[in-house]
Design a protein around this ligand. Structure first.
Ligand code: NAG
Ligand code: CU
Length: 222
């Protein structure tokens, strides 16, 4: 208990220092430049904390992607988000996709979203370990329809139980070819997909922490 309290205080103190930013995108072995194909947001290294805010989509000041180029990808490709420094707040990470009705550069993310990947904790001998890394890689599903999409990564920071959890978010703009004709499901809206009552949002990771449910819909796979 004592250790848990000290850890919680230490984690809180870390909040004054710079946070991590998803600021570079990659496809396969190619790593693009700073903010290339990623919507630049105005939040610098601060988190989004309101579950009802449209900033939950692509972060503060990133509702338009007019100034951001679009990466050409193939369905099934490996995609990677790189950070300026390793994620250091405990919590899950997830990848979401939302198909733009037309050009993704003018898409605000108000349509349907589905989840394609989760990074959660592993439990070993009563200890949880979180995947805190400098980059996160996953493969796009092979069966998604061709077209332009927002590809969104989120890190949900739940290191301070009892305080408002924090969301670190970026969106890349991708143009998928070579896909299929799936109708990915389940779909959710953002905001709306995450609730204050979600067990994965209220979890106390320092107290009898033995299992964890990552917020959001189940992962879609082909
Ligand atoms: C998207 O990819 C298709 C197929 O390669 C291509 O014809 C189209 O021009 C691309 N769109 C953009 C915006 O790059
Ligand atoms: Cu912090």
């Amino acid at each position: 208990m004592k250790v848990a309290a000290i850890l919680a205080v230490a984690a809180g103190a870390a909040d004054v220092s710079a946070h991590y930013i998803f600021q570079q995108f990659g496809v396969g072995s190619q790593k693009f430049g700073m903010w290339e194909h990623i919507r630049k947001h105005n939040n610098h290294n601060s988190p989004v904390t309101s579950l009802s805010s449209n900033d939950m989509r692509c972060n503060l000041g990133a509702s338009s992607g007019a100034d951001t180029t679009v990466a050409n990808v193939k369905a099934g490709d490996s995609v990677t988000f790189y950070l300026d420094q390793a994620v250091y707040h405990q919590g899950p990470l997830s990848l979401y996709l939302s198909k733009a009705p037309g050009s993704v550069q003018s898409y605000d993310g108000s349509g349907d979203w589905f989840k394609i990947y989760d990074w959660g904790p592993s439990f070993n001998g009563g200890q949880a370990s979180w995947p805190l890394r400098t980059s996160y890689q996953a493969n796009l599903p092979k069966c998604i329809p061709n077209g332009e999409y927002l590809l969104r990564i989120q890190s949900l920071a739940i290191h301070n139980p009892g305080s408002t959890p924090q969301w670190y978010i970026s969106c890349a703009q991708i143009n998928v070819s070579g896909g299929g004709n799936a109708s990915p499901s389940p779909t959710v809206k953002i905001p709306g997909a995450f609730k204050a009552s979600d067990p994965g949002y209220t979890a106390n990771i320092y107290n009898n922490f033995k299992s964890y449910t990552i917020p959001g819909p189940s992962v879609f796979s082909c």
